[in-house]
Design a protein around this ligand. Structure first.
Ligand SMILES: *[C@@H]1O[C@H](CO)[C@@H](O)[C@H](O)[C@H]1NC(C)=O
Ligand SMILES: *[C@@H]1O[C@H](CO)[C@@H](O)[C@H](O)[C@H]1NC(C)=O
Length: 225
């Protein structure tokens, strides 16, 4: 009987863990957990510590400014602005955040991943060529490109952890809104992460890893640093 109970519990747990509604961020254990902005904190929890709910205010759950473009990021040829737990403390533990990206014509958001979030993008202006790389389970040395041309009102999803990019293929500025199922999705820009690491990765490793000469590696380091 207890063995049967154990197997049933295991099966239910496996089902819940694989169900599509399972979020990567932890589920909240209370109604709200407004982050305390304590930059001097010596200890951290998984997320941010929360203030007493009776001191929460409407502004903890509010942000503005996505009506205009964000900070110019030369590496992406455009501007980006994110509303995450760092600037909207009410998002703490809720597993959601948003952002806005404006791209100049013929510029890209380079190959990147969000290790903690799936990203849903909605085009507001312009035309994008977007895509992500789906690993080929039959061959780790291959992938399949899932890509699309997007127009205003179109929605595209980049699954959690997969390498993706956005390219403004139009002749005018293009803008999308991004929604993430994490309070802090994180951003890893692949080329910079590899070629501009500190300390740098040994030349032999980069040279073998990309089948390039050390001269070519030195050039890539210069470009991405
Ligand atoms: C954007 O929104 C802010 C805050 O609501 C407002 O002060 C500003 O005038 C708006 N800017 C534009 C260009 O609409
Ligand atoms: C949190 O504190 C840091 C450092 O004191 C400050 O730069 C930042 O703007 C603060 N964030 C919020 C949401 O108040």
């Amino acid at each position: 009987m207890s063995m049967w109970w154990f197997i049933t519990t295991l099966a239910i747990t496996a089902f819940i863990c694989n169900s599509p509604v399972y979020a990567y961020d932890n589920n909240p254990l209370q109604d709200i957990c407004v982050a305390v902005n304590d930059s001097q904190a010596a200890v951290f929890v998984n997320g941010k510590i929360c203030k007493d709910p009776k001191f929460a205010t409407a502004n903890d759950f509010f942000a503005s400014g996505l009506n205009v473009s964000g900070i110019v990021v030369p590496a992406i040829g455009g501007a980006a602005k994110f509303v995450d737990v760092d600037n909207m403390p009410g998002l703490n533990t809720l597993g959601i955040s948003t952002g806005r990206v404006d791209l100049d014509p013929q510029r890209i958001v380079p190959f990147h991943i969000h290790p903690r979030a799936t990203e849903l993008i909605t085009v507001l202006e312009g035309i994008f060529y977007v895509g992500f790389l789906l690993p080929d389970p039959a061959n780790f040395f291959k992938s399949r490109l899932i890509s699309k041309i997007l127009y205003p009102g179109d929605v595209f999803v980049n699954p959690i952890g997969l390498i993706h990019f956005q390219y403004n293929v139009g002749k005018k500025k293009a803008v999308y809104l991004a929604a993430f199922n994490s309070q802090k999705p994180e951003l890893i820009i692949i080329p910079n992460s590899i070629f501009a690491s500190n300390p740098p990765i040994m030349d032999d490793v980069l040279s073998q890893g990309f089948q390039l000469s050390k001269t070519q590696i030195a050039e890539l380091r210069r470009k991405f640093s």
